[in-house]
Design a protein around this ligand. Structure first.
Ligand SMILES: C[S@@+](CC[C@H](N)C(=O)[O-])C[C@H]1O[C@@H](n2cnc3c(N)ncnc32)[C@H](O)[C@@H]1O
Length: 222
């Protein structure tokens, strides 16, 4: 990662995720793991591929991506939180895949990687943390680092669609994000629309629910 680590220090997400890094799995993993695994299945990483995970958190996906990429492949990860890096690095070490995983700490965007470096990019419960006007920049960076034909998979809190029941919890979430962004740092987004607008062809668009709130799994092709 070419980015200086100090560039991460002004983003409040860094302090927030540093603080909760050791508790994150207790707080979130039991709700999120089914959706996260759906995203990984949709990305369908093959042996020998180079993969980037943005916002790797405590590192569950890194392990699965590294197993799928195999000894000939490689997984890079970038996350803003040093606390998360420590937890994720331990998971990678304990999982016996440290030889094929490289973790860095940095504030995305930009992505400190060369053009066309990756076959696939994975992101779960992270795209919706960015301010809405930053999402196109994040996706443009993802497109830049992907090879032509490369895939991006996102798992994110989604907006309710016309044929879906309005979720009280979703409304509360949006309200909390608007008024207390330091407590609820994410907001439901139109991931599919954003990914399409960034120039990707949509290959997978799937939905599921976490506690009545819609979650979208989207795969786009660069
Ligand atoms: C909600 S957690 C999701 C973690 C993991 N992907 C999962 O599904 O369990 C979001 C992660 O994104 C990271 N993050 C937040 N803002 C970021 C940014 N601007 N650049 C890089 N990572 C960021 C956080 O540190 C955190 O680890």
């Amino acid at each position: 990662m070419n980015q200086p680590e100090s560039s991460a220090s002004t983003n409040p997400a860094k302090a927030f995720y540093d603080r909760i890094s050791h508790a994150y799995d207790l707080l979130a993993d039991s709700n999120e793991h089914v959706a996260r695994e759906k995203g990984l299945a949709a990305l369908n990483v093959a042996a020998g591929e180079r993969v980037l995970e943005i916002g790797y958190g405590t590192g569950h996906s890194l392990l699965q991506l590294a197993e799928a990429a195999g000894a000939e492949g490689h997984v890079c990860g970038v996350d803003i939180s040093e606390g998360m890096q420590k937890v994720a690095q331990k998971r990678v070490d304990d999982g016996g895949v440290a030889d094929r995983v490289t973790l860095s700490v940095g504030d995305v965007p930009p992505l400190g990687f060369a053009d066309g470096e990756f076959d696939a990019v994975s992101m779960s419960f992270t795209l919706e943390l960015f301010p809405l006007d930053t999402i196109p920049e994040v996706l443009a960076e993802i497109r830049r680092v992907l090879k032509p034909g490369g895939r991006v998979a996102t798992v994110s809190m989604a907006l309710t669609q016309a044929d879906e029941k309005d979720s009280m919890l979703e409304k509360t979430y949006k309200w909390m994000h608007q008024h207390f962004p330091h407590i609820v740092d994410c907001q439901p987004i139109d991931a599919e629309g954003s990914i399409r607008d960034a120039g990707f062809e949509i290959r997978v668009s799937d939905r599921l629910e976490i506690w009545t709130m819609p979650v979208a799994v989207v795969v786009g092709i660069a």
